[in-house]
Design a protein around this ligand. Structure first.
Ligand code: NDP
Ligand code: ZN
Length: 179
């Protein structure tokens, strides 16, 4: 793909995600706009990880659309094609399962995911630990934050091989686990 085409695809994904998440907020006390989060993932990948694969950057921007909005797989496929949709599906939880089971499966699935999906997972965990450190949900007690840090580390253990630099960025955040 040519550079201009890549940029168009990434902007199309940003615009699509902004529209889909338009009425959602993050769980921090300030209820930040949800779209800040997918944009943060793409930014971490591109500007901290040096990732240039437009399919990965598009998938990062779209990673929560199927899980958290009414977006369908067919809709994503029609707009962004099989590769991007496949990556998004790899990082999408099955919401019909109980929460504890979903969290267990993330650890299991992440380790066997494609390199592209592993990159998105790694960026997702980096961004969520940063959010928990800088702007956590107001009602989370210390123990819940600690549990989240520890679970994230288990997910990252299965994906860290895909990008040692980003894995090290994750480790530096984990070192700041709330005590
Ligand atoms: P949740 O899955 O409920 O919330 C974490 C997710 O919220 C993140 O993965 C992220 O997902 C999203 N998110 C939105 N805003 C923020 C933010 N500001 N900072 C960080 N993440 C944000 O939390 P848990 O991981 O705790 O999962 C729930 C589990 O914990 C269940 O098993 C439940 O039974 C248990 N639980 C534990 C409690 C406790 O006190 N220990 C209390 C209640 C439940 P995304 O990237 O997808 O947006
Ligand atoms: Zn996410």
């Amino acid at each position: 793909m040519k550079a201009g085409t890549d940029m168009s695809a990434v902007l199309k994904a940003a615009s699509f995600a902004a529209e889909k998440h338009r009425d959602q907020r993050r769980k921090d006390a300030e209820a930040s706009p949800y779209i800040n989060h997918p944009i943060a993932l793409a930014n971490v990948l591109a500007n901290e990880g040096g990732v240039t694969d437009p399919d990965v950057l598009c998938a990062a921007l779209l990673h929560d659309t199927i899980e958290d909005t009414k977006t369908t797989t067919d809709e994503l496929r029609g707009m962004f094609g099989d590769t991007v949709t496949g990556i998004v599906l790899e990082v999408t939880d099955d919401k019909s399962l109980p929460k504890a089971e979903r969290k267990r499966l993330q650890i299991e699935h992440a380790a066997h995911a494609s390199p592209q999906a592993k990159l998105v997972k790694l960026a997702d965990k980096i961004c969520n630990l940063r959010d928990l450190l800088a702007s956590p949900p107001a009602d989370w007690p210390l123990a819940r934050k600690q549990e989240y840090f520890d679970w994230s580390a288990k997910v990252v253990a299965g994906v860290r091989d895909v990008h040692p630099g980003l894995a090290s960025a994750f480790d530096q955040l984990y070192a700041r686990r709330p005590e």
